[in-house]
Write a new protein. Structure first.
Length: 251
């Protein structure tokens, strides 16, 4: 074990005694967001769930995970019924209400096209007079809405409450393009065995985090959780988990 890792372990043990934390519980929520989180045989799986369970075990805190639609998860968090959400993009509005973990997964947003009617993506202006599908309301749809603002961007946004519907539409050229998380889109194409869709280009790179409600999560518990996550990143354990899902760890 390296000297830096040893110091982090010592910090966790000294700063956060196990006995007091063991009586605490964190209730997590995530959404059906393949490949980041999903349900399989009645169990919530994916890199987010695996990381959360491992950290909770290491810091000796009771944790539970529920899978809900995004808006319901936010409402439950606001009412204090759950304390934390994953995987979450960070924005100015969310920073006001949530503590964030270290960045966990590096990913990106971009456009997918139907090969039967390629869009030849060269930036947002190349999508003039097109209909772009996306999943929402979500951070993805909010990003697209901000992107198309402008007098010269005559772009129609088609929103559905799930990603699968949009990619099925795109396969039939019922929308001109889909704006999506790249990893999600590639996983859906593989899952549905779609052959006539391709990734047309990157628009935005971002990281995913775990977010803890400031209203209902003690800051000392968040610090302990995040120290353990930092240790997992430094030791390479986080990268090891993500590689199983074909995902990249954030810097």
């Amino acid at each position: 074990m390296s000297r830096a890792v040893s110091i982090l372990v010592l910090l966790i043990i000294v700063a956060f005694p196990t006995g007091s934390a063991a009586r605490m519980e964190i209730k997590f929520a995530t959404q059906d967001f393949f490949p980041f989180s999903y349900e399989e045989n009645g169990e919530i799986k994916g890199p987010g769930a695996e990381i959360v369970r491992e950290v909770c075990k290491k810091i000796d805190v009771k944790c539970s995970i529920g899978l809900y639609p995004w808006r319901r998860s936010l409402a439950m968090c606001n009412k204090g019924q759950i304390q934390a959400l994953f995987m979450v993009g960070k924005n100015k509005e969310r920073v006001q209400d949530f503590y964030f973990s270290p960045p966990l997964i590096a990913t990106e947003y971009g456009f997918f096209e139907c090969l039967d009617k390629p869009i030849k993506y060269e930036g947002i202006t190349s999508l003039h007079n097109m209909t772009i599908g996306t999943y929402g309301p979500s951070n993805t749809s909010y990003s697209l809405e901000k992107l198309v603002i402008g007098p010269d961007n005559n772009i129609n946004i088609d929103i559905t409450p799930d990603d699968l519907t949009q990619f099925k539409k795109l396969a039939r050229c019922r929308v001109d393009a889909v704006y999506s998380n790249k990893d999600v889109g590639l996983a859906i194409m593989k899952r549905l065995k779609i052959k006539n869709i391709a990734y047309a280009g990157t628009e935005k790179r971002l990281n995913y985090y775990i977010a803890f409600s400031k209203k209902s999560t003690p800051s000392v518990l968040v610090r302990k959780f995040n120290l353990c996550l930092s240790l997992m990143k430094q030791s390479g354990r986080l990268q090891q988990i993500l590689q199983k899902y074909g995902l990249q760890a954030a810097d």
